[in-house]
Design a protein around this ligand. Structure first.
Ligand code: XMP
Length: 315
């Protein structure tokens, strides 16, 4: 039986042994990196710098939320706006693995840059077990090169510290709860963020559509769950498809994009079943998204695939 308190105590001792100089961590606002920052912060205090990179792919309100949370946790941190750099690097890139590789690599480079400035020798990462198992570790085929692993360059000059490497998502959440991190109840969010919730090239415009749609899906599902209409799914979001279809607006023919809504239940992300969301909740999501983005989106579909054969994310 996994004991989060014991894990925390052992990790803090281990981290004090392991990390002798300054360290940087990529704070993404997700459960994994926040738990990591809190753990390492407890172990080495202000020798840790949490760098939050605004890639341009973050969720609505995310930048403000992350800064506020790190401040409350007492973690030394800094915000870097790298959105221009990311959109430039992904111009014309549509292939999912290429996207992930570019994003992952850029991420590491930015940290190297920030680390140099701060004099850090260690890079702390929130890699968890499914990340490396699905990235070809443990003799498995590569399904997706996860953000934390796929982009890792060979000439990395920083020593890697991965305190959550052996944990599954449900265990990370237990640790978060034990650390009184409110992010514990938040749904998981992928490292490459909205860039992989836009099928095809992640342009500023496409990402803005996915951002708005994701926010609406989150709001409506959380509202329905709070009202007792449904159980909160394990993960729920929207994906912008590159498919245009014919619609009608007033009496004029329209030609707009399609949004797929995805909601799944899972324990450890290795398998998942799609959530049976009540139809009136789906209806509300559909109406709100198409009203909010009238000239851009005119069709909403619901993804009814389990994992396997699908994965949770679409890329
Ligand atoms: P898939 O799509 O592979 O996702 O079924 C499994 C879980 O992992 C999340 N995910 C990621 N997490 N870096 C991460 O830390 C990533 O690159 C990444 N890609 C997907 C996904 O949201 C789901 O919860």
């Amino acid at each position: 039986m996994f004991d989060p308190q014991e894990f925390i105590e052992q990790q803090i001792m281990k981290l004090r042994e392991e990390v002798k100089g300054k360290a940087v961590i990529a704070a993404s606002g997700g459960v994994d990196s926040t738990v990591c920052a809190a753990l390492v912060g407890k172990a080495i205090g202000d020798r840790l710098l949490a760098v939050y990179v605004d890639t341009g792919f973050m969720r609505k309100g995310e930048n403000e939320n992350v800064s506020e949370m790190l401040r409350r946790l007492g973690v030394n941190h800094k915000l870097v706006d790298a959105s221009d750099e990311y959109f430039d690097a992904l111009k014309g890139v549509t292939e999912p693995e290429t996207k992930r590789k570019i994003i992952g690599e850029k991420f590491i480079r930015i940290f190297e840059r920030e680390a140099k400035k701060s004099g850090a020798e260690y890079l702390v990462q929130g890699t968890i077990a499914p990340d490396w198992i699905e990235s070809g570790g443990g003799m498995r085929d590569i399904i997706k090169s996860h953000h934390n692993v796929g982009g890792l360059p060979k000439d990395l000059n920083l020593k890697l510290v991965e305190p959550l490497r052996d944990l599954y998502k449900d265990e990370v959440r237990k640790v978060a709860r034990a650390l009184k991190i409110e992010v514990a109840e938040r749904q998981p969010f992928p490292g490459p963020a909205l860039a992989i919730r836009v099928m095809g090239e992640p342009t500023r415009e496409a990402v803005a559509i996915a951002r708005e749609a994701c926010a609406i899906v989150e709001e409506e599902i959380e509202k329905a769950s709070a009202a007792g209409k449904m159980k909160l799914p394990w993960q729920y979001f929207a994906v912008l498809l590159p498919v245009k279809s014919v619609g009608v607006q007033g009496d004029i023919r329209a030609y707009g994009y399609t949004i797929a809504v995805r909601a799944v239940d899972s324990v450890d992300a290795m398998t998942a079943v799609y959530s049976k969301i009540p139809h009136d909740v789906l209806e509300q999501i559909s109406i709100r998204i198409t009203n909010k983005m009238k000239d851009k989106v005119n069709r909403i579909v619901y993804d009814i695939t389990h994992k396997p054969p699908a994965t949770i994310e679409w890329e």
